[in-house]
Design a protein around this ligand. Structure first.
Ligand code: BTN
Length: 240
């Protein structure tokens, strides 16, 4: 495992996507002290004060994974983040598909992009933004938190990154060895079995998460018994 430190880049994901991957070893981590245009899910920005948090991307070659099983990589990443956070705080949970929450506050987001060869994944850039020491956020960032806000302590970033990479490597090794991570992912899934409000196809509904399908779609049953299978763009969680 190698760590490359970048002083300032627009986005570590974009940086990695532009690399000549024939020159990049498996599991190389590109850690930016500052991102000037960090990218989040759904076309959002990822906001992170320079030098205060962990913002990095890892280049992987999960050629053993069929393209339609990319979600298994999401499961491995999410569980590694939960494993890491459990050493500091009780009860981190995964908000489907790959946000990490503590209570109703988001501490971490991940963004994965892949390249394919035939029906398999050739390479993956796995971007992780984990809030560590930041205590104030712009007011348009929904429900942010950080390790410092949760524990009252300030942290050195580099030892935490090393610890987190160990957790990621462990889960990635399990994935490569064919271990099914779905049961553990479901064990940590926020709102599993709990009826809550969503926007689905433009309408507000009440539904209960019952699981995920083999492709990572969210399975829900509505309060009038209808079964739904949703991709990320099809459903939005609503605050209670
Ligand atoms: C989300 O919206 O929850 C996903 C956030 C992902 C942010 C990380 S920070 C490191 C990497 N580089 C980026 O530009 N985005 C990801």
């Amino acid at each position: 495992m190698k760590i490359e430190i970048l002083d300032s880049v627009e986005s570590t994901n974009r940086y990695c996507e532009a690399l000549d991957l024939t020159q990049v070893e498996d599991f190389t981590c590109y850690w930016a002290l500052e991102q000037t245009a960090g990218i989040g899910q759904r076309g959002n920005y990822w906001v992170s004060a320079p030098g205060e948090n962990l913002t990095f991307s890892i280049v992987l070659y999960p050629t053993f994974l069929p393209a339609d099983k990319q979600f298994h990589l999401t499961e491995a990443l999410s569980l590694a983040l939960v494993d890491f956070l459990k050493a500091f705080i009780p009860l981190p949970s995964i908000k489907w598909p790959n946000d990490i929450y503590v209570g109703n506050k988001k501490i971490c987001g991940t963004l994965v992009s892949t390249r394919l060869t035939g029906n398999n994944i050739a390479s993956a850039v796995c971007g992780i933004g984990l809030n560590i020491n930041q205590t104030t956020f712009p007011n348009w960032v929904p429900n942010p938190t950080s390790l410092r806000l949760l524990t009252g302590k300030e942290y050195k970033l580099e030892p935490l990154l090393t610890q987190l990479l160990d957790c990621l490597e462990k889960r990635y090794t399990e994935l490569r060895s064919g271990r099914n991570l779905e049961p553990e992912y479901l064990n940590h899934l926020m709102n599993l079995g709990v009826p809550i409000h969503y926007i689905y196809k433009g309408e507000e509904i009440t539904a209960t998460i019952t699981g995920i399908d083999p492709y990572g779609h969210l399975l829900l049953t509505t309060d009038n018994g209808q079964k739904l299978c949703c991709a990320m763009k099809e459903i939005t969680f609503l605050p209670d």
